[in-house]
Write a new protein. Structure first.
Length: 300
């Protein structure tokens, strides 16, 4: 027989009386073969992620970089000096930034407007519509490119920055709607009803009440869209033909050269510069994650 009691001074740590003795439950300690295998698996995953990053960093500062991961004998910046040109680095990075920023803005606005009725209104068509959206996210982009390419040729949108942005936004929208709807469900509808009583319209309550409380969720959605668009290679490669319009994800292909000759040092240096804007944008968006909460929103 055992009886659970509470020790004075520590109400959150239940104590169990067993055969006249007081015992306090403790967290289980992992040991044995299971712990060894789990730590071994984590070590393998850690090494698999760290080694490419180490190669990227070392090769960028190595004047004689190869495909091997090694510490440079002579650290140098000549790889960065070689790629710091308008056509090779600055213009592609600007194109990537413009495409990613506009796509993210379009998708966020459309996702919020589409997720609002799905979250606030109950209909028998909600679930079929959401499942259709989820099915749209499962379609590989390679299966869509042949009809999309033909459509772009017919509409004279080939090699058009605006057409590429619209297609990237349309392909990112299904998952964004699904994610935004889940975040919007966490915002109590009573807060909107209070705004309606004060005379606010639905769009005004959405803009002033729902969207501010969804900032952490919208930040997560924006990171998802931004990273997907920034690293998208296949779509701009197929739809943008002019080198002056291609983003950095396509320009990086030029470092592989011809006949298997790869400029490893310049490739690593460009990759580091190509990664920095995404890291900065992630840090900025991450400030919104967890900083806003609904605590106190229902009081009174």
């Amino acid at each position: 027989m055992s009886e659970a009691i509470t020790r004075p001074g520590a109400p959150d740590r239940p104590v169990t009386r067993r055969r006249g003795k007081l015992t306090t439950p403790t967290s289980p300690t992992r040991h044995g073969m299971a712990a060894f295998l789990s730590y071994l698996a984590m070590a393998v995953v850690f090494v698999a992620f760290v080694l490419p990053l180490l190669w990227l960093f070392f090769a960028a500062f190595d004047g004689e970089a190869t495909f091997q991961t090694r510490i440079p004998k002579h650290w140098t910046l000549k790889n960065f000096a070689a790629i710091m040109t308008r056509d090779q680095t600055f213009l592609p990075l600007w194109n990537s930034f413009m495409i990613s920023a506009v796509v993210t803005l379009i998708v966020l606005v459309c996702a919020v407007l589409c997720a609002y009725p799905l979250s606030r209104y109950r209909s028998r068509f909600n679930k079929p519509f959401l499942y259709t959206i989820l099915f749209g996210t499962c379609l590989p982009i390679t299966c869509l490119m042949v009809p999309v390419y033909s459509l772009f040729v017919m509409l004279h949108l080939l090699d058009s920055m605006a057409g590429t942005i619209l297609f990237l936004a349309a392909s990112s929208l299904p998952m964004a709607i699904w994610m935004t709807k889940n975040f919007m469900d966490s915002v109590p509808v009573e807060l909107e009803e209070a705004a309606w009583v004060d005379g606010a319209s639905m769009l005004k309550s959405l803009r002033l009440v729902v969207v501010p409380l969804m900032k952490p969720g919208l930040a997560a959605v924006s990171i998802f869209i931004l990273m997907g668009t920034w690293g998208n290679f296949f779509v701009p490669y197929m739809l943008l033909l002019s080198p002056s319009k291609q983003p950095a994800s396509v320009t990086i292909y030029s470092f592989f050269g011809q006949h298997g000759m790869i400029i490893y040092g310049q490739l690593a240096a460009f990759s580091l510069i190509y990664t920095l804007p995404v890291v900065v944008m992630y840090v900025i968006a991450n400030r919104f994650l967890g900083t806003y909460s609904l605590a106190g929103g229902m009081k009174g």
